[in-house]
Design a protein around this ligand. Sequence first.
Ligand code: ADP
Ligand code: MG
Length: 694
Amino acid sequence: MSRPEILFPLFAGLDTLPGVGARTAKNFAPLGVERPRDLLFLLPHAGVDRSRRASIRDVVPPCVVTVEVEVLAHFPPRRQAGPYRVTVRDKSLEFQLVFFHARSDYLQGLLPTGQRRVVSGKVELFDGVAQMVHPDHVLRPEEAGDLPAFEPVYPLTAGVTQKIIARAAAGALARLPDLAEWIDAPLLAREGWPGWKAALTAVHAPQGPGDLAPTAPARARLAYDELFAHQLTLALARKAARRGKGRVSQGTGRLQAKVLESLPYALTGAQSRAVGEIALDMQSPLRMSRLLQGDVGAGKTVVAMLALLVAVEAGGQGVMMAPTEILARQHMEALAPLARAAGVRLESLTGRDKGAERAAKLADLAAGRIDILLGTHAVFQKDVVFHDLRLAVVDEQHRFGVAQRMELGAKGRAADVLVMTATPIPRSLALASYGDMDVSVLDEKPPGRKPIRTVLVSDQRIDEVVGHLAHAVAEGRQAYWVCPLVEDSELVDHASAEARFAMLRAALGDRVGLVHGQMPPAEKDEAMARFVAGETQVLVATTVIEVGVNVPNASIMVIERAEIFGLAQLHQLRGRVGRGAAESTCLLLYGAPLSEAAERRLKVIRDTEDGFRIAEEDLAMRGAGDLIGTAQSGLPRFRMADLERQAGLMAIAQTDARRLLADDPDLTGARGRAARVLLWLLDQDRAIKLLSVG
Ligand code: ADP
Ligand code: MG
């Protein structure tokens, strides 16, 4: 399949647009503009009121004014690099136009003495005299009608001016093809949205500030187009992921019952519900693609184990992948007793397995003698062959994007896929990141959890903190001490942790351990193991302990320079404590003075332990792009849609996209064909590929 011809003009070179030469075309790159299409989607972010005034006397400087003037006299600079002044008079006041580094003959031509011109620009007072420095526009009265009363303002970059963008955008708008409508007609009517072409024309010609709002019909429509295309891609991916498994994993409940009996607790309602949803998916002939979302400590591990047992009960195997060796090891410790209770064979495989031992494991796996395999991404290496893999569980994959998940799905052959994430993300973002999956949420914490006391402390009081820590250590308690990521560099990062380690060692003795990302894995594991065994009581760490680590006896969490962490990250880190019987404390050390915004953020953490609330507040304060770091979260970037302020549209787009595919699976109906053009228009190549294989 190739791009429909009707879209060719929009995908031509940028230099085919008026006023854009080869060099300007290159200058556009930082704006993400490479084709006329991109320019259409580059929306003005502000506007300037250029409505005509009779005189600058009517305004309070500094402000932008548009007036008709008579040119009185030119005053070239008396010294080099001095200003060139032109005095002009509007209906009631005389003032000066001021130019720097301008050529005299050019200005004489632009503003001939005795003639009338419309000038527009910012009027300022200079020594009490009104002047307009470098007017934005100088027009002959008969051209003045070309200047809109409300002029759109585009984001700029070096070598690209407003005038260049406005002219090029007008050129791109002149090429707009007539495209068939892809939005559901009732939805279009209900929202009062214009058609695609009218919407683009309108967003580039705002009539006032109201037209720039995300709720303006033209803007909302274009945002919806983008979200709809994205959701259509996800829906196609979901369909592809579910297609062709063709087999049913029907559990007997026999092994699950043994595990449930062995647990010292009962499942929460949310856990039981999630297990039920997973079991239903697994027994359906469609391939499961499900996200298990649960805040830290919500109890995802046991849910994963019960799911893996469905695969084993059905006569097959399961695999679980953790993002790091530390976490793989922790899962091993958590799952091993459960596997023993069920009487199934659980083995681990990481990058550290080598030689004969590894070969023996692989042979057992291929022969079906291993029921559940647990490990790092090593479990998906080419030579790892299963006898009958039925379920792949991927833990803590909030760092994975849709594309990676698709790859993983391909590697996991026809197995069902369960992705677990501890990152509580607001619904709109969850739909953007995981719209291709079905979601189970653990929205209920196991009973009996004690609240964590969270305190903000200036790092000027670090000596007091160390003193308290000494007491706690003497009482047999354990603590994490987290050092920040400095300048995003692992190198500096681990230096700061090592310095803190040395300082705490000096103060607290050899009960202090250290773990950071630069350590060889074996050392890292050993440091963790010593902490888990209680041999060390204070663990100085970088954010490597962020996800998943579980040491129930640890009841103190100190986070240094808390103000430079993201809220989600702080929440994750704090979730490492409060897992045992003891009262837990989290000390957020900050570098004083704290900015107002930073203080507001830290107070959110102090005041709630609800991960979803924290995520919503984070989104509200920082905006979607920033939330978890776009690249990290696997969140797509949108050109026109604003996930924060147009959040409601995402859910509509998802429902609509799934329905369209249900009604017209191959997108061959009238609306389906229009939607294909939309996918091409918005570069959803992945979707297009999925369509062509399907
Ligand atoms: P996470 O969702 O963060 O991975 P875990 O699975 O590590 O959470 O569970 C955290 C702790 O809660 C573990 O010690 C686990 O044994 C315990 N736990 C899990 N489910 C329950 C439950 N229903 N009741 C009591 N404790 C539970
Ligand atoms: Mg976990």
